[in-house]
Design a protein around this ligand. Structure first.
Ligand code: LIP
Length: 269
C-alpha cells in the first residue's frame, strides 16, 4: 500500500471516527439499550450502531477491505488489508455517563511473506491508526513511518526514566482469571511509581502514553481492536508497544511505554 493510499485511508478513518464520535456525544447521558451485561463488562446496542456507521463510511471508499471489529466481521476475508475497529472503547464508562471513551480504527496489511490464508494476528502490521475522544475532541492519528499527531500537532512520549516519577496506567480486563493475575502485580506497582491510573479505555491509555501524559500502560487479556490503532500511535510517538499473544482469540498481554521503563516494570512481577 503506497503512502498516498495510506493517507486516503487515514482521511477516511478520521471521517468514520468523527461520525461515530458524534453519535457517542449525542448519547452520553441517554438511557442506553444493553445487549449483554456480565460481571465486569457491558455491550450496548450503540456499540453495534457505531460499528455499522463506521463500516458505512469506510466501505464508501474501500469496498473490498476486510474488517475485524468488536461487534463482528465484514468485507472480503481474503483481502490483504483489514480494518480493525473498536466502535466504542470504554463501553462501561460510556454506559455510566463517564466521558472517558473513544473510537479506535486501525488499518492493517498482511505481511507480504504470508500466503492468502487465515493467518494469526501477528502476521499483520498496522499501517494507519486513528483514536478519537469525542468528549475532549482529541483526535490522535498515525501512519507508520510518520510522526504521531494529536489534533494535527506532532506528539512525543515522555522522557521520564525512573519508576518513582512515572504515572502508570493499568487495565483490569474482563475475566476473573486476568483479574486474579493482575492484582498481585498491582500491589507491587502501586508502591513503586508516583501514581497508578485505571481509566477503563485501553485505546485512550495508549494515546496518553504517546502524548507523554502517562509513562506506561499495562493490561493482560486485552483484545486486538482495543490496541491496534493506539499501539501504532505509541510507536509513531517514539514509544514501545510490547505485547505477546495470550489465550483467547486476538488477545494479548501488553506493556506499552515511553521506551525507557519496560524492564523495570517487568522486574516487578
Ligand atoms: C475495554 C478496554 C479496557 C479493558 C476492558 C474492555 P471495551 O474495551 O478498553 O482497557 O480493561 O475490559 O476490554 O470493551 O470498552 O471496548
Amino acid at each position: 500500500m503506497t503512502l498516498s493510499e495510506q493517507k486516503k485511508a487515514l482521511a477516511c478513518a478520521v471521517q468514520a471516527a468523527r461520525a461515530a464520535g458524534k453519535l457517542m456525544r449525542q448519547n452520553l447521558f441517554a438511557v442506553k439499550k444493553i445487549n449483554v451485561s456480565s460481571a465486569h463488562d457491558i455491550k450496548l446496542e450503540l456499540d453495534v450502531r457505531c460499528q455499522k456507521l463506521i463500516e458505512t463510511v469506510l466501505y464508501r471508499k474501500f469496498p473490498r477491505v476486510a474488517l475485524l471489529g468488536e461487534e463482528g466481521v465484514a468485507g472480503d476475508p481474503n483481502s490483504a488489508e483489514r480494518w480493525v475497529v473498536d466502535p466504542i472503547d470504554g463501553t462501561v464508562n460510556f454506559t455510566y455517563g463517564i466521558p472517558h471513551a473513544c473510537v479506535s480504527i486501525a488499518l492493517q496489511v498482511q505481511n507480504p511473506g504470508n500466503p492468502r490464508q487465515k493467518t494469526s494476528a501477528l502476521d499483520y502490521e498496522t499501517v494507519v491508526g486513528v483514536v478519537y475522544d469525542p468528549f475532549c475532541d482529541e483526535l490522535w492519528t498515525a501512519i507508520r513511518g510518520q510522526p504521531a499527531r494529536l489534533n494535527g500537532k506532532i506528539i512525543r512520549v515522555s522522557e521520564r526514566k525512573t519508576l518513582g516519577e512515572a504515572i502508570v496506567s493499568i487495565g483490569f480486563a474482563k475475566s476473573p482469571a486476568n483479574l486474579k493475575r493482575t492484582l498481585p502485580y498491582f500491589n507491587k506497582l502501586v508502591g513503586r511509581v508516583r501514581k497508578v491510573r485505571m481509566m477503563g479505555a485501553a485505546a485512550l491509555a495508549l494515546t496518553y502514553v504517546a502524548s507523554g501524559r502517562f509513562d506506561a500502560y499495562i493490561e493482560r487479556g486485552i483484545r486486538l481492536w482495543d490496541i491496534a490503532a493506539g499501539g501504532l500511535i505509541v510507536e509513531s510517538a517514539g514509544g514501545e508497544f510490547w505485547r505477546e499473544p495470550v489465550a483467547g482469540e486476538d488477545a494479548y498481554r501488553l506493556l506499552a511505554s515511553n521506551g525507557r521503563l519496560r524492564k523495570k516494570l517487568q522486574s516487578l512481577g
